[in-house]
Design a protein around this ligand. Sequence first.
Ligand code: ABU
Length: 456
Amino acid sequence: MSENFIHQSMSIIVEDAIKKATDVREKVCEWRSPEQLKELLDLELRDGAESESEILQRFKDAIRYSVKTTHPRFFNQLYAGMDPYSMVASFIIEALKPSLYTYEVAPVFTLVEEAVLKKMMELIGWKDGGDGIFNAGGSMSNMYAVNLARYRCCPDIKENGLSAAPHLVMFTSQEVRFLKWKMIPSALEEQILSAKSEGAVPFMVNATAGTTVLGAFDPIDEIADICEKHNLWLHVDACWGGAALVSSKHKHLLKGIHRADSVAWNPHKMLMACLQCSAFMVRDKTSLLQRCHSARASYLFQQDKFYDVSYDTGDKSVQCSRKPDAFKIWLMWKALGSRELEQRVDRALAMARYLAQEIKQREGFRLLMEPEYANICFWYIPPSLRNLPDGPELWGKLHKVAPVIKERMMKKGSMMVGYQPHGEKANFFRMIIISPQVSRQDMDFVLDEIHNLGKD
Ligand code: ABU
């Protein structure tokens, strides 16, 4: 192994992928089309090896043409920003290459995962703890929830299969039944009764704490009442909104979450841990997670080991190899303390409020709804459309505005903000505010830049 290569590489990573990538004077992205990029990168894998200097150039190019999601002007996704402690934790994980299935190959990380889950469950309000597992993302966590809910409802499902199960029904928000973009508890109960009257077996409700586009929070307490009444599993997808639990000011958004049977919460989102860092937690303490997923692989989970095999957490998981992602939030949490995490969340949400106020005051901008969280959704109306009456013609034309502005901002590389349609709504911008590094000046810059890029 060339130690020199690693040293050289690390200094390039520090300069290009960390310092430059987070420098507001640099571009967020250096846009190239797939065809151009294929030419630039020479992707073909050949029989012969390349020299170390060629390899250094290869990864410099990879950094150069990658999107700098840690840049202060990256507002495109539900993750952003760079936390140095979490990043170092990621480096350590890659250097040590552990797999979190058995205590024997990952003793430290097994205990770290247990400690982080314990803390997160404390914040959820599960006084007696529970069980959980870090996994490959929020959708995976939601799948775990479906598995557990179904297993509780049909304990023989592993042996007998789905075909032997009744017609199972689960419930989640649907645009057509939104009231202010939230689940309506009375409509939920109607649907449950209707499913039952058709002979189906309702088994689960998925409530969302922080929807992807609008950042809306379902009324968990009221949904929990209905779940209790009908004996349904309540899962809360708090992948995005879970971070509000660290803030005394904002945790009311998740009122009632302690009544959930399971919760998904991704610290790689608002808490800024490095990707992936995604926790699934379950209130059950009777090893339901393990019983539901266990495959008892005898080459990993021998029951006659010399240590306490309850620490071989891999048998709870649908994955085999699993990265110790909890370490990325643990090291950061240790370095910052809960108080700083709370301040980060409060700062991001205060910045979101500031942006919303600015949008309401500026000519040509229209807020879609008051933000509940860190998603600011709005339209930009270029001067040429401002005299059109509110109606199909305006909205038809407005639908084409955000994609054009997005193309211009990507090609300029000045910032990244996402857009989308939603239900009947024409394309609008969705600005996500996470990083504590962003300031009011950055918010003003975004609106000025959209105005400049949106010139007819
Ligand atoms: N896991 C969904 C995140 C998508 C987004 O960044 O908008």
